[in-house]
Design a protein around this ligand. Structure first.
Ligand code: ATP
Ligand code: MG
Length: 511
């Protein structure tokens, strides 16, 4: 059997040959045929006379764009396992990924020349500049034989709770992860996604790159997210119409701040620019209700489609495509074909209950194969009957039973005076109060009397101040008193990782 992505790409190359990648850094567009040809060329070079790479790990360090995509597919076509590195990580973290994965080859680009000498210890380094990708020509290659159940990709988790772990997926798993989104979000060849996400993470790789490739759509790849440039691109009517945008809450927050600070004319133009999108997605972290509603207004009616997923499971829950079913504060329902259940502390299945939180577990063809070289960790995260334990707490609410994510059991569920408190719930409340809080993280601080105390770390809007007492007086009216923060710190910025997630473990030491 052939890996479906290649089969599809080859079909697109032969049948319509539309634009696969619009590479903004290179200033050049590449058709599906050009993509497949470049993949065939690099495959031969990676193979270096062998017939198959036999699951060797090949690390990829490229700026976002066409060469990255060619490398990823070439590794697969050669029978290797791709290990995408984060371009913005410092060298030691990249080294960790290279060493942990035992990568034998690093394929990279001259823009990383400076750090390559530190990275290329114990491995072969192949450096390819932009010209190589443009000048090489070849005939339409034959389909590449690849075992659909062979391991294909190691994505490292974001490292929000500890050292990143390498999650291994097979071609079949990636295929399932990409195709479920194609169906649920009605991807078509007419779509053009504005891709600004990092390419070492499931959001940027599977949701925003492989799904559109799978269906034959166009991916407009920008090197990274820069608030002003994104707005400028959206407002430029001389360029092709964009139809899809995907990002994380932090990005929407930055885009909104920029919008808010514009004058009336500018705001009008930006609102109009959002009209071109068929849908806009938010994920990777909880989307604050306040931001969702601000965005809805600023964008002239775009209701962000929130979904929930993990490196280990792809996407599992998603709000529905129809706008009026996208209920705020929820992540919708299980994606087609994916089994989801909620298990109580006592071990009973409470999925059909309402408003009772429990541990979220997932099963299905999209769930990863294993943690790379960590059999114990893999074993620990699966139940005896084969369910993956996400470590997140969730409950179902309302008539439709939409899922609501309460946070990670390890850091977001605070145990204070015998009660369990969801940090995410308090964060949502704080952001929707009129205090001028721009960003917030709620954490549990060890305390001899209470077990943990609820602490809020806030970033204020420019020129605004806040006192703990003000927060307490207000929140007491809205929340049970044990949920109200008893500690407060105002900071200028929250520590976040490459995926824009707050690294809460770094906040505990503030108190
Ligand atoms: P690590 O596992 O290394 O600590 P990480 O869990 O942040 O890092 P990812 O796999 O990138 O690594 O993130 C998955 C986690 O992100 C989920 O377990 C969940 O806690 C969180 N998450 C993703 N989407 C949402 C969402 N829509 N709402 C709330 N949380 C979300
Ligand atoms: Mg995780």
């Amino acid at each position: 059997p052939n890996f479906p992505l290649f089969k599809n790409a080859l079909d697109y190359a032969t049948n319509h040959n539309g634009i696969a990648i619009d590479d903004i850094r290179m200033g050049k567009s590449f058709t599906y045929l050009e993509l497949i040809q470049a993949v065939a060329n690099l495959r031969l070079e990676l193979l270096n006379g062998k017939s198959c790479l036999n699951q060797e790990r090949i690390a990829i360090l490229f700026p976002s764009g066409f060469p990255y995509v060619v490398c990823l597919l070439a590794v697969w076509a050669a029978g290797g396992i791709a290990v995408p590195l984060c371009t913005s990580h410092p060298t030691p973290e990249q080294l960790y990924t290279l060493q942990d994965s035992n990568s034998s080859i690093l394929v990279s680009h001259p823009v990383f020349q400076d750090r390559l000498k530190d990275l290329q210890k114990n491995l072969t380094c192949i450096i390819k500049n932009d010209n190589w990708f443009v000048s090489k020509q070849s005939k339409l290659p034959v389909l590449f034989e690849s075992d659909i159940n062979a391991s294909a990709l190691i994505i490292y988790t974001s490292g929000t709770t500890g050292k990143p772990k390498g999650a291994v997926s097979t071609h079949a798993i990636i295929d399932a992860q990409a195709s479920v989104l194609v169906k649920a979000w009605y991807w078509s060849q007419q779509d053009r996604i504005h891709h600004i996400l990092p390419l070492h993470h499931i959001h940027g790789i599977v949701n925003a790159l492989l799904s559109p490739l799978y269906i034959g759509a166009t991916i407009e790849m920008h090197q990274k997210f820069i608030t002003e440039q994104v707005w400028e691109r959206w407002a430029n009517t001389d360029l092709p119409k964009l139809t899809v945008f995907m990002s994380v809450p932090t990005v929407y927050s930055k885009l909104y701040q920029f919008y808010k600070n514009g004058d009336k004319e500018a705001r009008k133009e930006l609102t109009k620019a959002c009209n071109q999108f068929r849908f806009m997605v938010s994920g990777s972290a909880s989307l604050p209700t306040s931001l969702r509603n601000q965005w809805r207004k600023a964008s002239g009616g775009q209701v962000l489609l929130e979904r929930y997923g993990m490196t280990e499971i792809g996407m599992a829950l998603s709000q529905e495509y129809v706008i009026w079913e996208r209920v705020q504060g929820t992540v919708g329902i299980p994606l087609p074909g994916i089994q989801v259940r909620i298990i109580s502390d006592k071990g009973s299945d409470i999925t059909d209950k309402r408003n009772i939180p429990g541990m979220l577990q997932v099963k299905g063809s999209t769930v990863f194969k294993e943690y790379w070289q960590r059999p114990d960790a893999t074993k620990k995260e699966f139940t005896e009957d084969g369910w993956f334990q996400t470590g997140d707490v969730a409950q179902r609410i309302g008539y439709h039973g939409y899922y609501q994510i309460m946070g990670r059991s390890s850091i977001d569920i605070i145990k204070t005076g015998g009660e369990k408190v969801s940090a995410l719930e308090i964060e949502r409340e704080l952001l929707s109060c009129d205090f001028g809080i721009q960003d917030v993280a709620v954490v549990g601080i060890p305390d001899p009397e209470w077990g943990q105390k609820v602490a809020a770390v806030v970033v204020m809007d420019h020129g605004k101040e806040i006192e703990l007492l003000t927060i307490r007086n207000q929140l007491k009216k809205q929340l049970a008193v044990y949920k109200v923060p008893s500690l407060l710190k105002v900071v200028s910025e929250l520590p976040k990782n490459a995926m824009g997630k707050v690294t809460k473990k770094d906040l505990v030491c503030l108190f």
